[in-house]
Design a binder for this molecule. Structure first.
Ligand code: FUL
Length: 503
């Protein structure tokens, strides 16, 4: 019988396939020529890793509500009300997102009112019956995917499981003949999709094809999620099914913040409103957090008179989500002409400039970096401290097994002005760090702890720590430092860091 140990490692994708090991029928000793640390389970699926790397992307709520002024349409709206005053322009939406530093976007293509923004075969409640030619020619999945490809951005779609228009809602026929088929149609708009967004709001009152009633469903069983996942993944292998799909979790608020302690692991039956922000240490499965937030001061959909939040506020959201091991999906609603208003475009550009100015010049690259301990190198892999500043996400620094605390010290020839420290764990082998601290020194021997007002516990995929402890107050003058020291004080197993950056 094969021993379990190498099997687990192979499952984690850590070791190259070796014919000899596979054919062996006698117990074998673990073969680990690269001295790769054992994974701390659970670990992310490859598609969750790719998804996490998207970090920051846009959300576009556009559809029937744009024209009725509602946030939740009842489902009885006449298709003719969808009447864009110009051809909707997803390329303009995505260009504005790119200027903010976003790597992709998700377009709502069916909200709770059930109106579909593509010519679907599953219902007549769709663009082909809309009020004018701009409406009838609208196909958001097609145009959004095409624009994203052109701009080198990732893309995905929001399709509401809850459908207040469908006469079948609440029966199996809805799931089989409407919802799953709609998802399958959407999957065909591009195999590179990175996320499908399945909202948790479901069941309740609605038009339901004239039944005008209240329908209650059990979302944990009703939508046939295993089948949904299989069908989508067959066509879109990298598509993370958010929310109801069970591959990424709601961060538990719509205010653009994640917990300073934020685990990417969860247990079954967790309560998003309670621990969505924080995750659960030692949880059973990998369920990373995504924070959905509005970049404007009104609803998810466009409303006359709305205005965008300031670039400073948006930058704060970035720090409190992307900088706390979550992804940020920032909503900017297109208007009745199917474009983002100028003021929103300007706010996004301002946000992009702040991110670039404040987090664009990595001082760690010009520092000498040392660690208190370095894991013994393997045949084809080292674990040296310089792996954290080489710009290569596949290399990482590690200690030997059994070591769960260590220091990393960066020193410069000349004093630097420092404001933020960014850390990234090599999460392919699990989330580990539980406690750390950051200090600066003007001479390399006397140390002052910084970020004392920040809970410096988890790191995860990415953690950005403001050294003055403030995500909201002004940028500040920073601290003069000839050296900066990060001390990992506790970790679930030997720590593995793929990046240290200092700004
Ligand atoms: C919520 C929905 O009910 C809102 O209308 C919006 O789509 C938001 C992003 O998710 O749960």
């Amino acid at each position: 019988m094969k021993s379990l140990y190498p099997t687990l490692l192979l499952l984690g994708g850590l070791l190259p396939f070796t014919g000899a090991a596979q054919l062996s029928i006698v117990p074998e000793s673990p073969s680990n020529p690269d001295n790769v640390p054992a994974a701390v389970h659970p670990v992310p699926h490859e598609r969750q890793l790719k998804w996490q790397e998207t970090e920051f992307y846009a959300f576009y709520h556009y559809g029937m509500n744009t024209y009725t002024g509602l946030e939740w349409g009842n489902g009885d709206e006449s298709e003719s009300l969808f009447a864009p005053t110009a051809a909707p322009n997803p390329k303009q939406w995505l260009q504005a997102a790119k200027a903010a530093g976003m790597r992709g976007g998700i377009a709502v293509v069916k909200h709770h009112d059930g109106f579909c923004l593509w010519p679907t075969s599953t219902t007549s409640h769709n663009v082909t019956n809309s009020g004018n030619d701009f409406g009838r020619n609208t196909n958001i999945p097609r145009d959004f995917a095409e624009a994203a490809r052109e701009l080198g951005m990732k893309y995905g779609f929001y399709i509401s499981p809850w459908d207040r228009n469908s006469v079948h809602y609440g029966t199996d026929a809805y799931v089989k003949d409407v919802f799953l088929r709609q998802c399958a149609e959407l999957a065909e708009y591009g195999s590179e999709q990175f996320e499908m967004w399945f909202d948790g709001a479901n069941g309740g009152s609605g038009y339901y094809g004239g039944r005008n009633t209240t329908v209650t469903v059990d979302q944990s069983t009703y939508y046939d999620v295993p089948n949904l996942r299989d069908s989508v993944h067959k066509v879109c292998p990298d598509c993370v099914l958010w929310g109801v799909g069970g591959e990424a979790r709601w961060i538990g608020n719509e205010a653009g913040w994640a917990g300073e302690t934020n685990w990417s692991t969860e247990n079954r039956g967790y309560a998003p409103e309670k621990n969505g922000m924080y995750g659960t240490e030692g949880g059973w499965f990998w369920l990373p957090g995504e924070s959905d937030a509005k970049a404007t001061n009104r609803g998810w959909f466009y409303h006359d008179g709305e205005s965008p939040l300031t670039p400073e506020r948006l930058f704060q959201m970035y720090l409190e989500t992307v900088g706390r091991n979550a992804t940020l999906i920032l909503n900017i609603p297109p208007n009745k002409a199917g474009v983002l208003p100028d003021a929103s475009v300007a706010a996004l550009e301002g946000m992009g400039q702040l991110i670039n100015n404040r987090l664009g010049n990595d001082l760690a690259k010009s520092a000498t970096i040392q660690a208190s301990e370095t894991r013994t190198a393997g045949a084809a892999r080292t674990y040296v401290a310089a792996n954290m500043t080489d710009g290569d996400k596949t290399t990482y620094w590690a200690t030997n097994d059994g070591t769960t605390s260590a220091t990393i010290t960066l020193t410069w020839d000349e004093p630097q002005t420092v404001r933020y420290v960014e850390l990234m764990e090599y999460i392919a082998l699990g989330q580990r760090v539980k406690q750390f601290k950051v200090e600066t020194s003007t001479d390399g021997s006397t140390w002052t702890q910084r970020a004392t007002g920040v809970t410096t516990t988890t790191v995860g995929y990415k953690r950005i720590v403001p050294l003055n402890s403030s995500t909201s107050a002004s940028y500040g003058n920073g601290y003069q430092a000839k050296a900066l020291r990060i001390t990992i004080e506790d970790s679930r197993a030997c720590p593995l860091l793929s990046k240290v950056a200092v700004y």
